[in-house]
Design a protein around this ligand. Sequence first.
Ligand code: 3HC
Length: 291
Amino acid sequence: MKAEEIKRIAVVGAGNMGHQISLACALAGIETSCSDVSEVQLQKAKSFMQSYLPGKVAKGKLTEEAARAAAARLRFTADLDEAAAGADFVIEAATEKLDLKKEIFRRLDRICPPHAVLATNSSFLVSSLVAGETSRPALVCNMHFFNPALVMKCVEVVKGPHTAPETAALAMDLARRLGKVPVLLHKEVYGFLVNRILARITEEALFLLETGVASAEDIDSAVENALGHPMGPLRLMDLTGIDLNYDIAMERYRETGDPAEKPSPTVVEKYARGEWGRKTGRGFYTYPETK
Ligand code: 3HC
């Protein structure tokens, strides 16, 4: 199958990543179903779409007709079976829990047509952890988007030992069809490319904050104004979620037993206080607009 022949996409999960990945697919002209077990999450995703599209029209970046057509192409549903039946390509963007992902892949394998590619948007779980749950490991790969997925151009496509070269090529071409600039990882590695590099920067930023060398504002300002990053690492953690940083570090610590993998004391403290970043109204910074 070629990327242009993909008619239907199912995105599993309407959270931080899924709601924007599904809208990116609909904007690229593909019939898309976005499913989630949480009605609240689905409603949030729908509300986002309802304010995002008119916003783009008002800025002159999208015609009214294109916005209407994208909205008509995107369906939100609590029924995974309904969303995945008939899908040519699935992007799983559910919570980062391995058992849950295994269950989803087993279910997708039963529901989806035999030709459908099953990709995971996981930030750190390689697809060989779920490929064995399916009868089609050659059609399983990682396809990792960045937050906010409608804006960030990079998509990491990771080829596992089970992934057919054609599957990786199709994921790369689909990313291009969505207007992204994909990169290919020829083998699985923990953290892929971007999060390995970002983790080192974040670790250093937290060290400088915790040892009182500089404030969060000045650490971010330095990275933004000296290195040209659009956002410093602490502001960025507020965007991606301090809870996500905590969960990933804990999962890695449980897996390796290496104390160096534990979340930093600041992250543990903020996690326990429910200060998870933008989504809770407070993280390294405060966000009064978040209810
Ligand atoms: N969702 C969708 N679109 C958004 C957005 C959001 N949350 N925030 C901003 N945008 C869009 C705006 O609509 C605007 O679009 P336009 O140019 O078509 O009008 C454009 O982005 C610029 O927005 P603003 O002028 O309001 O704001 P900024 O110029 O400050 O940009 C930003 C905001 C795009 C978030 C920018 O600060 C940025 O690129 N930050 C870095 C993000 C980053 O590094 N992401 C990678 C995170 S790591 C990750 O995702 C790993 C994963 O595994 C967790």
